[in-house]
Ligand binder design. Structure first.
Ligand code: KIV
Length: 300
């Protein structure tokens, strides 16, 4: 078995200063872009954290990019908690935000609050994200009062897939823009620490950002937001799907994995792997003893 090297816990190695909601606010004030990325497991989260990503989101996109579902709707609370725990073990600097999955905050505010607290208490998240605006203001207020920082998410909200009639860019009419403006204001007034703006025109995102006192983090919302978030598997070309307009793949991990897998397969089939130097050996004396005892056994 191979072993993942956990970080040394020497007292001399000071942990990096943790990004908090206040850090995000300061970044908005100073115009310093916030860098966010999703992650779902220990290695991806550790790489993201060590690369200086400010905010790591355990998104419910987990359902699609990791678990192979068609959409995010079937992701369960237990699955989100499980993956958030793994990401928490890897994250020392980034603010860790966990997505509340569909159904976990759509019943009573009491039940939603209990579920949200599990992310903080059991999984090590620092905040939760919920989709919706004015319709979630009461919940955001309650969670904030229960010491659960909340990131809002408006625009193209994937959990409303059926209500939206598909994944469509939102905020393209004056009425829709008014609703987004009301949503952003309601989330801010209720105590949200940041708002994800997904799948809306650049001009609308710029206007919402200019009028919000809390940071906006865009995905498919243009460059004028206070920060940007991408899905890990989009960034590395690991989705097996055509790239959306707003995605920039920074590396071709699928290509790299495929090449390595083909080579591994070929090396095993042709007995090139493992080599003698990749094998364990008996000490010399035991080797000859083994050979002679085998010879004896064969003769008998
Ligand atoms: O689940 C997710 O990955 C998200 C991001 C797209 C913001 O919600």
């Amino acid at each position: 078995m191979s072993i993942t090297q956990l970080r040394p816990s020497e007292a001399s190695a000071l942990p990096p200063t943790r990004i908090t909601a206040l850090t995000l606010l300061e970044k908005k004030r100073t115009g310093t872009p916030i860098v966010a990325l999703t992650a779902y497991d220990y290695p991806s989260a550790r790489l993201a954290d060590e690369a200086g990503i400010d905010l790591i989101l355990v998104g419910d996109s987990l359902g699609m990019v990791v678990l192979g579902h068609e959409n995010t709707l079937s992701v369960t609370l237990d699955e989100m908690l499980h993956h958030t725990r793994a990401v928490a073990r890897a994250t020392r600097r980034a603010l860790l935000v966990a997505d509340m999955p569909y159904g976990s905050y759509h019943g009573s505010v009491d039940e939603a609050t209990r579920n949200a607290i599990r992310f903080i208490k059991e999984a090590g998240a620092h905040a939760v994200k919920i989709e919706g605006g004015t319709n979630r203001a009461e919940l955001v207020r309650r969670l904030t009062g229960a010491e659960v920082p909340v990131v809002g998410h408006i625009g193209l909200t994937p959990q409303s897939l059926h209500a939206m009639g598909g994944y469509r860019v939102q905020g393209r009419t004056l009425a829709a823009i008014d609703q987004l403006t009301a949503d952003a204001r309601a989330l801010e007034e209720a105590g949200a620490i940041a708002i994800v703006l997904e799948g809306i025109p650049r001009e609308v995102a710029a206007d919402l950002t200019a009028h919000a006192a809390i940071p906006t983090i865009g995905i498919g919302a243009g460059p004028d937001c206070d920060g940007q978030v991408l899905v890990f598997h989009d960034l590395f070309n690991l989705t097996f799907a055509p790239t959306a307009k707003f995605v920039r793949p920074y590396a071709d991990a699928a290509g790299m994995f495929s090449t390595a897998l083909a080579k591994y397969r070929n090396d095993v089939v042709t007995r090139v792997f493992p080599s003698d130097s990749e094998s364990y050996h008996l000490p010399r004396e035991l080797r000859s003893a083994l050979t002679s005892s085998h010879l004896r056994a064969r003769k008998a």
